[in-house]
Design a protein around this ligand. Sequence first.
Ligand SMILES: [Zn+2]
Length: 162
Amino acid sequence: MTQIARLLAANDGYAAARANVTSSRPGRQLAIVTCMDARIDVFAALGLHLGEAHVIRNAGGRVTEDVLRSLAVSSHVFGVDTVVVMQHTKCGLAGVTDAELQRITGADLGFLPIDDHSAALREDIAVLRTTPFLDRLRVIAGFVFDVEIGRIDDVVRWEDPD
Ligand SMILES: [Zn+2]
């Protein structure tokens, strides 16, 4: 079976057993920004269920323009007030440079490589806190997920003082 056929066959079983969630508003007013890494099962790792959180993923779990675009919608349209940015150990974007990634990929892009998780999380959370249209956010946390043992290091926290 091809990759695509496998996906569609699996969907038959899924659709038959699926729980339906009617509200499009995340039930826990929560958005998770994390890496696309195949080892992170976001819902299982954080005890989340269908319908409870927005999950925004990209390489590194970095706060990019497109993450800001998604969070603008999360907060203003869907009532999200809490954001968790979750990077992880053994990340493909850690310990490499923009120049190396540009050479490997042939893409002339800013890859936002991670030199130090704590510093990168502080940087990304500062961007979220100071983006004027994200003024409805009340809590922002920065986590590092250990892909080998599944534990989370709670690295940075910001809570709206008002
Ligand atoms: Zn990663």
